[in-house]
Design a protein around this ligand. Structure first.
Ligand code: UT7
Length: 330
């Protein structure tokens, strides 16, 4: 498989740290020093997971030089769908990608990486030739805006990559590992509420609805700084390369301190660690393709370069991948 295009989309409205301190007891100093975050985008009227995902997907199609009708599969990684029955078909319709099969994949902040690896299996198995992999989330819907422990962290956005079968060329997914540990699920949840309503006689049925995001920040932090280096070390060893051979470290953008800790473990210099936390915060499934698109478009990531990537978060779930960028230079 080859990575041949990328794109991204963001809501218009940006909320800076100082503005948040008008609502909750926080400060720019606390948020920046603990997370590296300076602002986040929040979807307004008319902006949804569907519109953001569609705009990102369209940009990746243009970048790859594809027509919507070329696409065989659309995989949408999201944990905040517009429709629990699936948001990917709405994206398919909006793009006019008539022959594409489209479905959602949910693995929270690991979602994009898991979807990219899933796309690779369809391509390598010969089922599909051209796949759009999208990571899009609108967690502003599910944040308790009065909970300062979580509301300062998250933002909305979308990123996409175009992935193509190419039996002759090098494979751009050089190696990967995926992990889940549901026994630690309670650390980070966006869970169904437990309310029941009377139905018939003694019978009741559960009322649909979700509680806001709940996170044990310290536990998730410890999990990330332990598991991300471990899974990346396995990926690199499996590929027979060392961190010195890497061009870029592209981690899920959750916290600058996590990025720094992982970089230090592998002795990757700061200028090789991609970060846009300051502008966008944690956009969940969107962080990796959003950051990739930014770095490709501004010329930092060049064709042929090797990128170590890791997604991690709720589930708990995590994974690592060694990628090569084959697409256009800009
Ligand atoms: O994308 C999914 C993966 N998610 C992550 O990787 C997140 C991992 N966790 C983290 O990034 C960090 O744990 C946080 C940024 C969420 C929190 O940082 P921390 O250094 O672990 O802070 P803490 O939770 O230990 O809280 C320290 C203090 C507490 O006050 P007391 O109890 O010491 O008086 C909090 O109440 O900071 C307080 N606090 C805040 N103060 C100002 C918590 N949130 C805020 C805030 N503003 N927004």
């Amino acid at each position: 498989m080859r990575l041949v295009g990328c794109g991204s989309a963001l809501p218009v409205a940006s909320i800076a740290n100082d503005a948040l301190s008008a609502r909750v007891d926080t400060s720019d100093e606390w948020i920046r020093s603990r997370t590296g975050i300076g602002a986040r985008r929040v979807a307004g009227p008319g902006e949804t997971v569907t519109t953001l995902a569609t705009d990102a997907a369209r940009a990746s199609l243009d970048h790859a030089g594809w027509e919507p009708g070329d696409v065989d599969l659309i995989l949408l990684a999201t944990s905040s769908p517009d429709d629990l029955f699936g948001t990917a078909p709405r994206v398919q319709a909006a793009l006019g990608a008539r022959k594409a099969v489209a479905f959602d994949l949910t693995a929270a902040c690991s979602g994009f990486l898991f979807a990219l690896i899933t796309a690779a299996q369809y391509i390598r198995g010969g089922t599909f030739q051209r796949v759009l992999v999208i990571g899009a989330d609108q967690l502003s819907r599910w944040v308790d805006w009065d909970d300062r422990r979580t509301c300062v962290l998250f933002g909305d956005g979308a990123g996409a990559v175009a992935v193509q079968a190419d039996s002759g060329g090098p494979d751009d997914l050089l190696g990967f590992r995926m992990r889940s540990d549901g026994s630690r699920n309670a650390c980070l949840t966006l869970a169904q509420t437990e309310e029941h309503r009377p139905l018939i006689g003694e019978l009741s049925s559960q009322t649909g609805g979700f509680a806001p995001i709940h996170m044990n920040g310290q536990e998730v932090y410890k999990f990330a700084v332990r598991e991300v280096p471990a899974v990346l070390a396995e990926v690199l060893e499996g590929c027979g390369i060392t961190a010195a051979d890497l061009d870029w470290l592209l981690l899920h953008q959750a916290n600058q301190r996590i990025l720094d800790a992982v970089a230090e473990r592998f002795s990757v210099p700061a200028e090789r660690v991609l970060s846009n936390l300051a502008a966008y915060g944690n956009t969940s499934a969107a962080t990796i393709p959003l950051m990739l698109d930014e770095a490709v478009r501004d010329g930092r990531i060049q064709p042929g370069q090797r990128i170590a990537s890791s997604g991690f978060g709720a589930g708990l779930s995590w994974g690592g991948a060694l990628l090569r960028w084959s697409g256009p230079a800009h």
